[in-house]
Design a protein around this ligand. Structure first.
Ligand code: PBG
Length: 323
């Protein structure tokens, strides 16, 4: 039965009907707020490349976490901005490191908030790579030990979920074994399974002071042209014991998100990254786009593609828009 009997516009006629036939809804409960945490006890310092985001000392991070929770967002993901960097990323797994301190402060302030921590070495390495450099290359197996140590130190501080973003082979299994060996069998792993070597991380690297001093990340992050390889990564992470998977960035990789969704029953996250944030912010600032509408449309598109959870710099703000 085609036109004129069938008329698709009937179900678009009023707001009520549109709401009734809506297939996907973004809820504040789907969102995860990234927070950048630093040392000290002073004021938060705004990040120029990410308007509206800031570096937060532990106490300020706890205040932000309270705001996030009050907005109905159930989780934060923490990124550390350490004072010291070296060739062994020592500040990544120090018991009183910036992330570890922030985890404790947030846990005290908002006990029920889910605390996810980004597990990577790039912000803590003097050379800015995600692993240990050896002969000009990132050594996979040496890096695993430090990543596992970092994950354990986050868990010891009270993290609920650790999220390795380094893209070393075997890191999920190494982290699972180290967590279990240290009495943290209840701490979950959210694997950045399909993390692409993307230009869309530009503002983050500026914010996190983690631009590699030499070379780039194409030797460990995925080639943006490869979809099947992303699926292999996702399946390997599940086999290694990942509890949740992630695709990153989000909007340019919705096809990957959809195909990962189709091969697993595990919870799936998407990361709307700093470049996606900066693009909409810039377009909105110039008057070319309506920020709120563009953000809500992007979040709906990410959900439609198959994400259960969305990491977004707009999380708390979008949650308020959604209420
Ligand atoms: C650390 C890390 C990065 C991001 C999340 N964790 C940067 C990178 O790999 O270069 C990017 C987040 C964003 O752009 O918002 N490895």
């Amino acid at each position: 039965m085609a036109f004129p009997t069938t008329r698709m516009r009937r179900l678009r006629r009023t707001g009520g009907i549109r709401q009734m036939v809506r297939e996907h809804r973004v809820s504040p409960a789907d969102l995860i707020q990234p927070l950048f945490v630093c040392s000290g006890d002073g004021a938060s310092v705004p990040i120029e490349s990410l308007p509206g985001q800031a570096h937060h000392p532990a106490d300020r991070a706890a205040e932000e976490a309270r705001r996030v929770h009050a907005a109905g967002v159930p989780a934060v993901i923490l990124f550390g901005i350490p004072d010291e960097k070296d060739e062994a990323a020592s500040s990544a797994y120090a018991a009183d490191g910036v992330v570890q301190n922030a985890v404790r402060a947030i846990r005290r302030a908002v006990p029920e908030l889910v605390i996810v921590t980004d597990v990577c070495l790039c912000q803590y390495m003097s050379h800015g790579h995600c692993g240990v450099l050896r002969g000009g290359e990132v050594d996979n197996d040496l890096s695993l030990e430090l990543l596992a140590e970092t994950a354990v130190s986050h868990a010891s501080a009270g993290a609920d979920v650790v999220a390795p973003s380094d893209m070393m082979d075997g890191r999920v299994a190494a982290i699972r074994a180290a967590l279990d060996g240290d009495g943290h069998s209840g701490v979950a792993i959210m694997a950045y399974s399909a993390k692409f070597a993307s230009a869309f991380y530009g503002p983050f690297r500026d914010a996190a002071h983690s631009v590699p001093s030499e070379g780039d990340r194409r030797g460990y992050q995925l080639d943006p042209a490869n979809g099947r390889e992303a699926l292999r990564e996702a399946l390997l992470d599940l086999e290694e014991g990942a509890d949740m998977l992630m695709v990153k960035p989000a909007l340019p990789y919705l096809d990957v998100l959809r195909s990962v969704r189709e091969v697993t029953l595990a919870p799936l996250a998407a990361y709307q990254v700093s470049g996606e944030y900066a693009m909409i912010k810039a377009a909105a600032a110039s008057g070319a786009m309506d920020e709120r509408a563009a953000v809500l449309e992007s979040l709906a598109a990410i959900k439609r593609a198959g994400a259960d959870m969305i990491i977004s710099y707009w999380a708390a703000e979008a949650a308020e828009w959604l209420h």
